[in-house]
Design a protein around this ligand. Structure first.
Ligand code: NAP
Length: 281
C-alpha cells in the first residue's frame, strides 16, 4: 500500500488528490493521497506529519502554501534546486534521510517548453530570449530558477520592489509594477509569466495585466493560475492575438515528477489531464 499526502493550509480546493489517485490507478498501484491541513504556525503538527514518512506510514508528501519554506528546518537534506529556490514542494525518504525537493521549477519548464515548441519562430530566431515575470512571491522563485537555467533574460514587475530585489542578481532586473515601466519593455519581451494570484477563482473577473496597456506583439503568455479553465489574462492575451495558456500543465508536470520520485513510475500527461478535466475547476 502506497500512501502520499499534502501538507498546507487551507487545502479545501486542492486538485492533488485527483491527480495522484488517477496516477495510482493508471499504474495499478494500491494506495491513497490524503490531505494534512496544518495551520501556518503549528510547527509541532508539521513535525508529526513528517514523522509519518520516517516511520514508513507515508511514502512521501507534497508541501504547499504556507509551509514550502518553514518545513525546511525539519528536513535532513535538500536537493540543489530546492536549496537554490529556497522552497520545498516534495519530500521523500532516502537512506533514512528526509529529502526536500522542488518539482515546481522543472514542472513549469517542461510545460512551458512544450507550449513554446509550437512556436518555432520564438525559439529559433532570437539570440536573447526575454521574459517579463509579474509578481515576486513563492512561485516566482521557482519560475526564475527554471528560466535562468534555460538562458532567459528576466525582468520582474513587482509592487514591493525591495522584497523583489532580494531575488535579484546579475541576470535579473526588477521594475515597478506600473504601466510606465512595463510599456518601456514591451518591444523586447517574448514571454510574459503571471505568478500573482490575480484572476484566481473566485476572482475570475480580475487580470494582472494593467488596464489599457498593450500586450507585447508576438509574445506568449503563461499564467500560473490553474483553478479557472481560462483566466481573464489568457482570454485578453488571445483576443490581442497572442498564444496563451494557464498553469494546469505545470500543475500536472510537477505532480507527475513528485509521483515519479515516490514510485519510480512515469505518468503520461494525459492521465492527469483527463482526471482534472472531469472536475469543474
Ligand atoms: P505568493 O507567494 O503569495 O506571491 C504572490 C505574488 O503576487 C507576490 O509577489 C504579491 O505581491 C503579488 N501580488 C499579489 N496580488 C497582487 C496584485 N493585485 N498586483 C500585483 N502583484 C500582486 O503566491 P504564490 O505561491 O507565488 O502563488 C501565486 C499564484 O500561482 C497562485 O494563484 C497559485 O495558485 C499559482 N501557482 C500555480 C502553480 C501551478 O502548478 N500551476 C504552482 C504554484 C503556484 P506582494 O508581495 O506585494 O503581496
Amino acid at each position: 500500500m502506497i500512501r502520499f499526502g499534502l501538507i498546507g493550509y487551507p487545502l479545501g480546493h486542492s486538485l492533488s488528490p485527483i491527480l495522484h489517485t488517477a496516477a495510482l490507478r493508471a499504474c495499478n498501484l494500491q494506495g491513497d493521497y490524503s490531505l494534512y491541513p496544518v495551520e501556518p504556525n503549528d510547527l509541532p503538527s508539521l513535525r508529526d506529519v513528517l514523522n509519518k514518512i520516517r516511520t514508513g506510514e507515508l511514502t512521501g508528501l507534497n508541501v504547499t502554501i504556507p509551509h514550502k519554506q518553514n518545513i525546511i528546518q525539519f528536513l535532513d537534506e535538500l536537493t540543489v534546486s530546492a536549496c537554490t529556490i529556497g522552497a520545498v514542494n516534495t519530500i521523500y525518504l532516502k537512506e533514512d534521510k528526509l529529502i526536500g525537493d522542488n518539482t515546481d521549477a522543472p514542472g513549469f519548464l517542461t510545460d512551458l517548453n512544450g507550449f513554446l515548441k509550437e512556436d518555432t519562430d520564438l525559439i529559433e530566431e532570437k539570440d536573447e530570449k526575454s521574459v517579463l515575470i509579474l509578481g515576486a512571491g513563492g512561485s516566482a522563485r521557482a519560475v526564475i530558477y527554471a528560466l535562468q537555467n534555460a538562458g532567459w533574460a528576466i525582468d520582474i514587475a513587482a509592487r514591493r520592489i525591495e522584497q523583489a530585489q532580494r531575488l535579484a542578481n546579475r541576470h535579473l532586473r526588477v521594475i515597478p509594477y506600473d504601466s510606465f515601466h512595463i510599456s518601456k519593455l514591451l518591444s523586447e519581451i517574448q514571454l510574459v509569466v503571471n505568478t500573482t494570484p490575480v484572476g484566481m477563482s473566485p476572482n475570475i473577473n480580475a487580470s494582472p495585466w494593467i488596464d489599457g496597456l498593450a500586450f507585447p506583439q508576438g509574445a506568449v503568455v503563461y499564467d500560473l493560475i490553474y483553478n479557472h479553465r481560462e483566466t481573464l489574462l489568457v482570454k485578453q492575451a488571445r483576443v490581442s492575438g497572442l498564444r496563451a495558456t494557464t498553469g494546469a500543465g505545470m500543475l500536472i508536470e510537477q505532480a507527475a515528477l513528485s509521483f515519479q520520485l515516490w514510485t519510480g513510475q512515469k505518468i503520461a500527461h494525459n492521465v492527469m489531464l483527463d482526471a482534472i478535466n472531469e472536475t469543474d475547476h
